[in-house]
Write a protein that binds this ligand. Structure first.
Ligand code: A8S
Length: 199
C-alpha cells in the first residue's frame, strides 16, 4: 500500500513523521490545521528551500511547551547540542544563544536569535545569525497544537524552516539534511515528554 505523505488532512508538503503505516493512516488531526498552516508561511528568497515536519506526541501540551519554550536550554531535548551559552538576554525576543554542536556533524557552533516566543499561542521562532556551519539565513518556526489520538489528549508539533541552499549542494540535499536533524530533535522531544510522569 502506498502511504500518501499528504494524507490525513495536513497541508501539501508537510511531512508527518513516525506515523507511516496503518496506525497513522487516516487519522484526522483534531486541531485547526488551516490556522497552523498560516503560522508556518515563510517568505522564500532565491536559492532558498523550505520544508515542514509534523510529529504527534502522546503528552499534554503544557509538558511539551515547558521544554520547547526554554530558548536558553535547547540541550534539554536537542541531541546534537553539546552546550549552550547565552550571549544576550534570556527568554525575551532578541535574546542570543551560542550552541556548541556535538561532534560528528559538519559544524561546531551556531549563534541563534530568538525572534518570537508566544506562551499563549505556543510559537517559538528563531534565526541563525552566525557560527561555524553551512546553513546561512536559516530560520525556523515551531508551533504546538492540542490534539487527540484515540480520545487521549496529545500534542502535535509542527516545525518548519527556510534556509539558503549552500553552494555545491542541491535543494533536495539541503532539505534532507535539515529534516534528518529536526526528526531527531522531535523524536527526542517526544521520548522525553512521553516518559515524564503525568495524567
Ligand atoms: C535546530 C535545527 C538545526 C540545527 C542545525 C537544523 C545545527 O545546529 C546542527 C548541525 C549542523 O550541522 C548545522 O533546531 C547546525 O537546531 C545541529 C550547526 C546549524
Amino acid at each position: 500500500m502506498v502511504w500518501d505523505m499528504n494524507g490525513g488532512g495536513y497541508p501539501t508538503g508537510w511531512k508527518l513523521i513516525d506515523e507511516e503505516g496503518p496506525s497513522g493512516e487516516g487519522r484526522a488531526p483534531a486541531f485547526d490545521v488551516e490556522h497552523a498552516r498560516l503560522l508556518h508561511q515563510h517568505e522564500l528568497g532565491e536559492s532558498q528551500c523550505t520544508s515542514a515536519l509534523v510529529k504527534h506526541i502522546n503528552a499534554p501540551l503544557d509538558i511539551v511547551w515547558s521544554l520547547v519554550r526554554r530558548f536558553d536550554e535547547p540541550q534539554r531535548y536537542k541531541p546534537f547540542v553539546k552546550q549552550c551559552v547565552m550571549r544576550e538576554g534570556g527568554l525575551e525576543v532578541g535574546s542570543i544563544r551560542e550552541i556548541e554542536v556535538a561532534s560528528g556533524l559538519p559544524a561546531t557552533s551556531s549563534v541563534e536569535q530568538l525572534e518570537r516566543l508566544d506562551d499563549d499561542e505556543h510559537i517559538l521562532a528563531f534565526r541563525k545569525l552566525d557560527g561555524d556551519h553551512r546553513l546561512l539565513n536559516y530560520s525556523s518556526i515551531l508551533t504546538l497544537h492540542e490534539d487527540e489520538i484515540d480520545e487521549r489528549p496529545g500534542t502535535t508539533v509542527v516545525e518548519s524552516f527556510v534556509v539558503d541552499v549552500p553552494d555545491g549542494n542541491t535543494e533536495e540535499e539541503t532539505c534532507c539534511f535539515i529534516e534528518q536533524l529536526i526528526k531527531c530533535n522531535l523524536r527526542s522531544l517526544a521520548n522525553i515528554c512521553e516518559q515524564l510522569p503525568h495524567q
